[in-house]
Design a protein around this ligand. Structure first.
Ligand SMILES: [Zn+2]
Length: 116
């Protein structure tokens, strides 16, 4: 399942990617609103590169309907390339590929790669 997931990353949709990230504890599974303590709900969104966000859903709170990146409070929030690119680069690196080889498959700059 694990290597299959990584090998088929290009075909994985936002929701499957989200579940995998939760499963691997790379992101949190929700966020608490600091004003009302309600937890955020998942929200599919084509407006973000991740394709999915969290949304505040307490209609009595002034944060209502505001969206939040799924990268919030995660190390993934330090990068603005796609999560799939990050995972792919790390996976190739773990297989022993050099940066020059990885760059052929993943759009990633040297400074970003060095921060992974
Ligand atoms: Zn709130």
């Amino acid at each position: 399942m694990y290597s299959n997931f990584l090998d088929n990353l290009a075909r994985i949709d936002s929701h499957e990617l989200y579940n995998w990230l939760i499963d691997k504890r790379l992101i949190h599974d929700n966020q608490l609103c600091i004003h009302c303590n309600f937890i955020t709900k998942l929200n599919l969104s084509k407006r973000t590169s991740d394709g999915i966000t969290w949304k505040y859903k307490n209609s009595k709170c002034n944060k209502y309907e505001i969206t939040l990146s799924i990268r919030t409070n995660s190390w993934l929030g330090n990068f603005n390339i796609s999560i799939k690119s990050i995972i792919k680069a790390i996976n190739l690196w773990a297989k022993g590929r050099t940066f020059a080889q990885i760059k052929q498959d993943v759009k990633i700059s040297a400074p970003v790669f060095l921060r992974l």
